[in-house]
Design a protein around this ligand. Structure first.
Ligand code: DGL
Length: 262
């Protein structure tokens, strides 16, 4: 079983890539909406949540955990890898492909405060983007829009416009989505930035990495019948179900959705 977790529904952008290529696998998705957003939280607070969630996922059969949240990866992946004996796949800020492929020499990164503060981001920046001009923007309020199912509203347009306009003025040709919630805002972002800007979503690459890790574990059999379970600590069940339903319209009625308190 593959466990995934995020502060809310954002990690579904990674689950949908995995589900596309491996629909027969078992997934346990943990939405920590009762503690969302993670972005402004301290590293210590996030590690505590990551520990609780990891133990829940392992206790329920997860053999590999995808930390489907950039902020949680930044704060806790080293701790998790050092303390639990299963593989963890974390989110990488996709600065590398943007910095390699830019023609204008300017790229934009949208992420949470926690991700920008993390060592992982700073290291990636130093390693791959020292020649590019990088415009960083904290996406304050965007996670909440996705959690509330307000992705194509005037409010979303106004906020995104405010965040990406300075990037466009600086002539960026790539905008990196450094938070797993943001791919669900891609349509609105696209409307504002037009066709000339590449929007970089790292989720497919992270899903490929998770598959590779799974194969390395050389499991003898794949489950014959898939089962997808989605748990949440928050009150976002309606939005969670609706988003899963959009991703897997033919299958989601057989999925399990549960509210939990931990
Ligand atoms: N999906 C999380 C991320 O990738 C959102 C963080 C938050 O809850 O602020 O960073």
């Amino acid at each position: 079983m593959i466990g995934l977790f995020d502060s809310g529904v954002g990690g579904l952008s990674v689950w949908r890539e995995l589900y596309k290529v491996l629909p027969q696998e078992k997934y346990l998705y943990f939405s920590d909406a009762g503690h969302c957003p993670y972005g402004p939280k301290s590293k210590e607070e996030i590690i505590l949540r990551a520990k609780t969630i990891t133990e829940y996922l392992i206790g329920n059969g997860a053999e590999i955990i995808v930390v489907a949240c950039n902020t949680a990866t930044a704060a806790s992946i080293e701790y998790l890898r050092g303390n639990y004996n299963i593989p963890f796949v974390g989110m990488e800020p996709a600065v590398k492909p943007a910095a390699i492929n830019t023609r204008t020499g300017a790229i934009g990164v949208l992420a949470t405060k926690g991700t920008f503060k993390g060592e992982l981001y700073l290291r990636t920046l130093h390693k791959f983007a020292s020649n590019a001009k990088v415009l960083e923007q904290v996406g304050e309020g965007l996670v909440e829009l996705v959690e509330n199912g307000e992705v194509e509203t005037p409010k979303a347009k106004e906020l995104i416009g405010r965040y990406v306009r300075p990037m466009l003025e600086a002539n960026v040709d790539h905008i990196v989505l450094g938070c797993t919630h943001y791919p669900f805002l891609e349509k609105t972002i696209r409307e504002i930035v037009g066709d000339g800007v590449e929007i970089v979503n790292p989720a497919p690459a992270i899903a490929r990495r998770a598959l590779q890790v799974l194969q390395e574990r050389k499991r003898s059999s794949v489950q014959e019948f898939g089962q997808n379970t989605f748990v949440t600590t928050g009150d976002n069940m309606e939005v969670l179900e609706a988003m899963v339903g959009e991703i897997a319209p033919d299958d989601y009625k057989g999925f399990v959705f549960r509210k939990i308190e931990i």
